[in-house]
Design a binder for this molecule. Structure first.
Ligand SMILES: Cc1cc2nc3c(=O)[nH]c(=O)nc-3n(C[C@H](O)[C@H](O)[C@H](O)COP(=O)(O)OP(=O)(O)OC[C@H]3O[C@@H](n4cnc5c(N)ncnc54)[C@H](O)[C@@H]3O)c2cc1C
Length: 373
């Protein structure tokens, strides 16, 4: 039997890890607290409509993205061709310049990216499983969920939740002495050379936890406004360029094929971090009318003030404002503890999280795995 890996979190980083290990004998189990995969690259369905209420799309910025889409399949891929325009603190709108960038999602939503990556793997995904602590003993790593169930033992674990949630997990993680050499590790000499005492590992865990918990995040409250008529504009989305407006981003979801019926409009309004933090817990009815009024002013349309239905999603830990030092992030890899995600990559982007997951998976494969067939 191959080595066993537990990944906490089924966002794109977790999917990237599993995808990178698909050609090896590493047995991957993913524990995910929510009911679906994708994490912040999320899609919601409502009465035949679909909307990406977290990440909006995957950009072509990283040339590996196009190759990856070729590998996992472009069926149902949507390339949003309408441009992103800009607006300032006073609500003045002007054309932007994003002509060279592709903006990809799927007809079934951005969550399809993680679903498709996982579909190319044999990973076991246990949903609605929120991990609250991890413990390494001589048998390996065991993870306990909030229902009191233990998962494991595993030869290695990888935490991928946003940094504050990973810091909570690290604070509840213990490393106990390991008797003898870990037989599952391929390069035993390397392991021996890197061997640390349990005291050193515990000290490293404390330092790591402090480093992870210090990473700042922006909060975003997404407000969704639905209209039973099409409101045409020459752009897909409006981006606040000076970060001084209560709205950070406003997108017309109907520009994504397969998302919105032809005779409807659906606006995804991401409120600014300052506004979102201040109004995070206010009732949807109140914040929706504020968002609708801002949207009406930006789109110069009174019809927009009166949506036919509304929805929302709060993202407490939406976007990391900084990344962890890469060597600090890897401190406990010799002990089988890995970290991955956008905050490990040091960029608040989907592709950064994805490729950080892939690269972490490749390192795990080199250390613990053997190629199969
Ligand atoms: C509103 C918004 C808009 C964005 N727009 C864009 C965009 O247009 N373009 C772009 O490139 N990026 C965008 N991003 C950023 C992008 O979504 C993220 O960078 C990327 O999705 C991060 O992926 P991840 O796998 O690192 O983390 P996540 O997607 O957060 O995945 C972590 C997973 O861990 C799970 N989890 C957490 N705690 C536990 C636990 N204790 N036990 C088990 N599971 C747990 C979570 O449920 C989640 O599924 C946006 C983000 C937000 C919130």
């Amino acid at each position: 039997m191959g080595a066993r890996l537990c990944v906490v979190g089924a966002g794109v980083a977790g999917a990237g890890i599993a995808y990178a290990l698909r050609g090896t004998d590493v047995d991957v189990t993913v524990l995910e607290k929510s009911r679906g995969v994708g994490g912040r690259a999320a899609t919601r369905r409502r009465d035949g409509r679909r909307y990406d209420h977290g990440a909006n799309y995957l950009k072509s910025t990283d040339p590996r993205n196009a190759e990856l889409l070729d590998s996992i399949g472009r069926e149902g891929l949507v390339d949003v061709t309408e441009p992103v325009w800009l607006f300032d603190a006073d609500g003045r709108v002007r054309p932007g310049d994003d002509r060279d960038e592709r903006k990809w999602t799927f007809e079934t939503g951005i969550t399809r990216l993680s679903k498709r990556l996982f579909a190319h793997t044999d990973a076991t995904i246990r949903k609605t499983t929120r991990v609250e602590r991890a413990r390494r003993t001589a048998d390996g790593w065991t993870l306990r969920d909030t229902d009191g169930h233990d998962h494991g033992p595993f030869d290695a674990v990888c935490f991928t939740p946003p940094a504050p949630q990973t810091a909570d997990l690290l604070a509840e993680t213990t490393v106990e002495p390991v008797a003898g050499t870990d037989a599952s590790v391929k390069r035993e000499e390397e392991t021996a050379a890197n061997a640390s005492t349990p005291e050193e590992e515990t000290a490293a865990l404390t330092t790591l936890t402090e480093a992870v918990s210090s990473i700042p995040y922006r909060t975003i409250r997404t407000i969704v406004l639905g209209y039973d008529e099409r409101i045409e504009r020459p752009y897909y989305a409006l981006l606040n360029e000076d970060r001084e407006h209560p709205v950070g981003w406003l997108a017309r979801e109907e520009c994504k094929d397969g998302h919105v019926p032809d005779d409807e409009s659906l606006l995804v309004v991401q409120m600014s971090p300052a506004w979102s933090t201040e109004h995070y817990d206010e009732p949807l009815t109140e914040v929706a009318s504020v968002a609708a009024n801002h949207a009406a002013d930006l789109l110069d349309s009174d019809r927009v003030r009166d949506p036919d239905w509304v929805d929302d999603q709060g993202w407490r830990y939406a976007l990391p404002d900084d990344g962890i030092d890469p060597s600090t992030a890897r401190t406990l890899e010799p002990a089988g503890l890995y970290l991955a995600g956008d905050w490990v990559a040091g960029a608040d982007r989907l592709h950064a999280a994805l490729w950080n997951g892939v690269e972490t998976g490749e390192r795990i494969g080199e250390r613990l795995g053997e190629p199969t067939g």
